[in-house]
Design a protein around this ligand. Sequence first.
Ligand code: M6R
Length: 624
Amino acid sequence: MCGIVGYVGHREASGFLLEGLRRLEYRGYDSAGVAIADQAGHVSICKTTGRIERLASALAGSPLHGSIGIGHTRWATHGAATEGNAHPHVGGEHVVTICHNGVIENYQQLKSRLESEGYVFQSATDTEVIAHLVTECLEKECVDEEGKDSQEPYASLVTAVKAALSQLRGTYGLVLMFRDYPGVILAARLGSPLVLGIGDDEHFIASDASPLAGYADKIVYLSDHQIAVVTADSVQVTHRDHGDVRHSVESLQVKTPAVDLGGYSHYMLKEIYEQPESLKNAMRGRLTEDDATAMFGGLNLTPQQLGGVKRIILTACGTSWHAALLGEYLIEEFARIPVEVEYASELRYRNPPVDPGTLVFAISQSGETADTLGAIREMKRKGHRTLAICNVVGSSIAQEADGGVYLHAGPEIGVASTKAYTSQCMVLALLALYFGRMRHLSVDAGMRIINAFHALPSKVRAALQTEEECKRIAAKYCHANNFLYLGRQYNFPTALEGALKLKEISYIHAEGYPAAEMKHGPIALVDESTPSVFIVPQGFVYDKVMSNIEEVKARGGPVIAVVEHGDTRVAELADDVISVPSVEEFVQPIVSTIPLQLLSYHIALMRGCDVDKPRNLAKSVTVE
Ligand code: M6R
């Protein structure tokens, strides 16, 4: 989703701005732009729709010189994806130039008022009201007495910006440049992340840490309601209500991203193949044979608090929600703790009765998903302990939570989540073992689980060998318009995830169901042109799923089945079979997911879709 960068220092700003925007590409966007001020303070803007490379070519044709600038990737919310709606936007006679992430809910009322006062809007965005509001506050000198009297060179700017922000309802990560103050950028945040990178006589601003790697080794995370005044040689942070605050400077953990594809044609494929390694990283240092359990460094809870947990809520969105669903099955099975899985977008506005002794886990690859962040804030407000399971270190959700567990999956660039999903499942399985061993699970049972975990990376590596088979099956079915994905018990989440993967990158309508639910409605969709993908590992529901396959075959539906090595029964019924290694039932979903990822990938490729950057989607959904 939208990304922000900013630079003030001694080099040409365009270099960092373009590189930073490239590193934010993974968030998903439909247009991009930069604004750069020259030595005389004159601000020039360049904007394009489409990919960053179009912006780069436009800038190569007409370079913008200057050592202060801001840039943006826009994912349309208010107003179509056009050049006119792309950021930066200006207020008044170029009095202020801004880039904005987030949504201004009351923009319509503000726009009407500003228009009636003579402000002319150039775009259909909610953002432009901020630019005109700040201009209005600067022109009307909405500065309090303190602002007027202050010796601080930018005090009047800060008070004007505060006055403008106080009129907004919604969320913002905001950077602002000023016509009459050429050496300064203001950065403000409410509900949409912003970080500052500290260099030598230069400063960087970004909506997450990834653009900073290689440019700065120190980082400042802005908090909500903070406004930073950033020049080449100083950073000053002030709080909307409490005046200046001491900002803490941390060392930057993010390494320069490995942007190369490593010989793969897409990030998604690369990330699918990284799973044996990412699973090892999720487990590394977290299993102890001595106690036959898992251990975690960052939960920040005493053994008493953990022993007293009576209920767990897992909250997430999209693929992370599917991982949560598997987590529910595993934690209830191993630890006998009641678990509920909640869509974060629902939980944040619901008011469910939640007893003391409830632990809330937020699961998010990016750690920036607005709904998930909103949900844990709501739970914290009500006094519950919140823990995060995130991939991105230092992300907003990781910081807001009381503690948590990182996935250590490495950067996931493809919009369709693959390795982060299996790592989330892995971490939830580790937590299930951990809580289980604190309760009734025996040493023997604990060791059996640990052995299954240790064996998993090599089984996943073997499952990757199904790629050729997946490619063959993809060619056979890539023209279908509808797919069903069906699995039971631990593989119900696998079915949901398989369907989501297919629809998000190939734009084919796909639905995932518990296999037995099919009879209650979805079976009406079955015909010769609607393939059903069954996940049928060995286990206590195997025969039940076989009956569900019979039901589809009886109605002429093609069946693709994911089975375990050695299975011969399914092949007698199914049209196509993908065989994966046998593992313990509770880790089978991780292995079975691999061919579903590969199948989606090849179908999307054969349909000519942009696998890594599917239409309309953003890697990190920072608006609600
Ligand atoms: O970063 P998060 O895990 O919080 O993201 C949640 C969803 O937006 C994400 O999983 C989405 O469904 C992906 N596109 C799935 O591939």
